[in-house]
Ligand binder design. Structure first.
Ligand code: SF4
Ligand code: SF4
Length: 287
């Protein structure tokens, strides 16, 4: 699989995909909740779809990776108008209230990723309604299966032909989205490991904080590499499901020798970390 950087122009892959389309000012410039574009946003996709990674499909093996990803509980893919596939965790942030407001809005607890996001130019609000738009086609396993026969491959399994976006969108909309893996037999993989790995700057902890706000997301601190661990909601990382976690993007973290950090222990762990001149972080295990 050929992996692009997590964000165009970012070699480290450490910039959050939320920034892909908007890098704006803080939304409290708005005079009030009623004036906010978020007030009229019915589904709050920014707080219910956690972007995890992106990749391009260039060969049949990549297509199989997409199928396997969609067998992981809670994972959906978004085919973007530039041809990349975004990997999303479809799950509400723990701070999202029933009235669609953020319970930690503007507090130090909230990540800068959320605080700096500009709802007036919000990409989510344009990309997600109906879940297949001119910007994004959201995919679960049945939808991917519907699109499969439309894709052409060369004799040696390389991507050869992709239909026009209007056709892809029309076909996807024929299949209602499901809430879980429904195409593949068995219970599906127990979770997923995703990059980016070890931070090289203190600011990178902001993406970790943003991610850990979603239930079932943990930071895995290995001796060499770090990663995000995605588990089913309510699943303990110490439980039996933690073994044999798929690692399709090569984080190369060995779960059995790693420290597992949840949101509750992130601040203490972050305080115990330091950054040297090389930019590498020196993690010290909290007592
Ligand atoms: S930031 Fe965008 S997607 Fe999120 S609630 Fe506001 S308008 Fe909706
Ligand atoms: S912390 Fe961020 S993702 Fe969570 S509810 Fe608040 S704005 Fe949404």
């Amino acid at each position: 699989m050929i992996l692009p950087d997590c964000i165009p122009g970012s070699e480290s892959g450490w910039m959050c995909p939320v920034y892909w389309n908007n890098r704006g000012y803080k939304n409290p410039a708005l005079s009030g909740w009623d004036d906010s574009p978020c007030f009229s946003c019915p589904d709050t996709p920014c707080c219910r779809y956690l972007p995890l990674h992106s990749f391009f499909i260039r060969c049949r093996e990549d297509w199989r990776t997409a199928e396997n990803l969609l067998a992981v509980p809670g994972i959906r893919l978004g085919l973007k108008d530039n041809g990349s596939f975004l990997v999303y965790l479809h799950r509400s942030c723990r701070f999202l209230a029933k009235d669609r407001r953020c319970r930690i809005h503007g507090t130090p607890e909230q990540s800068y990723i959320c605080r700096d996001y500009n709802p007036r130019t919000c990409w989510y609000k344009r990309a997600f309604p109906g879940t297949a738009t001119d910007l994004l086609i959201l995919l679960d396993a049945p939808r991917l299966a519907r699109l499969g026969p439309l894709i052409g491959w060369t004799g040696d399994g390389m991507l050869d032909r992709v239909p026009d976006w209007r056709i892809l969108k029309r076909e996807a909309l024929q299949v209602p989205l499901t809430d879980g893996p429904s195409l593949f037999p068995g219970e599906g993989p127990p979770g997923l490991l995703v990059p980016p790995g070890k931070p090289s700057k203190p600011e990178h902890f902001d993406l970790i904080r943003f991610r850990l706000g979603f239930p079932g997301v943990f930071l895995v601190v290995g001796e060499q590499n770090w990663a995000s661990l995605i588990l089913p909601e309510g699943q303990s990382p110490e439980g039996p499901a933690a073994g044999n976690i798929p690692d399709p993007f090569g984080t190369d973290v060995r779960m059995e020798r790693s420290l597992l950090i949840g949101l509750e222990s992130l601040t203490a762990f972050q305080d115990a970390c330091s950054f040297g001149e090389t930019g590498l972080v020196s993690p010290h295990r909290p007592e």
